[in-house]
Design a binder for this molecule. Sequence first.
Ligand code: ZN
Length: 276
Amino acid sequence: MTRIDLHMHSTASDGVLSPTEVVRLAKERGLTTIALTDHDTTAGWEEAMAVGRELGVEVLGGFEINSETNLGHIDFLVYGADAGHAVLQDFLLTIRDARVGRAKGMVNKLAELGLPIKWERVLYFAGDAKSIARPHVARALVEAGYVASTQEAFDKYLNDQGSAYVHRLEIKPQEVIDTVHQAGGVIVLSSPHHSGTTHLTAQLAALGLDGIEVYYFDHTDKIKAELLALAEQHRLLVTGGSDFHGDKTHSELGSVDVPLEVLPKLKERIAQRQAK
Ligand SMILES: [Zn+2]
């Protein structure tokens, strides 16, 4: 049986498993095609693709950009971009640098709240990650005994309403979309219902958005039907995945049913973008 999962994270960003371990697990779960979509980095691609070739799992290169924009907070997924594209890599580097400043800001706020954690521990939990993220701060909070789980760390301190939350770098959606297209990539609105960005679909489609992520672990049948209608209305591609991080914060690898017809359409669009 063919099964696909187009949204997951490894230790190249805020996941728990290395790219190698993610691909091995994908093989174990019977997945035939996966996309590694770490935050703001293509660093895990080479390793994942090499293991994929060895094990017979097709690995697509992707990444996720969580951006603060003039339209509010938007999460994008990108597929098939050229990892060697200088403008794209500069863009990702700027975002990653901003992430360091942001994580430090959260550590400072936590200290003010009487929950001091050492920056070194955040770096320790980031490990090989090319981009520092909130789960790394959350794991340091668990280690220090301030919270029982990373989920509690997010709920109390690190989510958008959390008392230690720090805003992200502000980027214009048009800049994200254009940069991705310049690098031959396809850009998709990540988990629109889950992230509260469904209402932006029409506006982003007008800016050149390629697709929306319809199949996601907490999207119900009703939500999926609404998103499919929206995709059809704006002639957008449809994608889906588990958003697996290797911990309890999202869902299990391969746990989301993603229809197979999604894949050839995505690949066709990638080929079109790369030909430009
Ligand atoms: Zn994700």
